[in-house]
Design a protein. Sequence first.
Length: 66
Amino acid sequence: MWHGSLGIFGPVVLVLGYYSCLIVIINLLPRKDLDGPIAGRIIPLLRKRLEARRVVRKALGRRRGR
């Protein structure tokens, strides 16, 4: 991400970045007290939204003579 050296902050950024990714993975586990079940509902919703967009674009394309 950076083009130059971070100097003394390089190791700190590396360690904090590693732990941040680890916390994200743990937080998305499918447990009731974590965010995994909530985040898991996003994928089907995104699929429905994408399909609705396709249907609307197809309908508008036919109506305009495409």
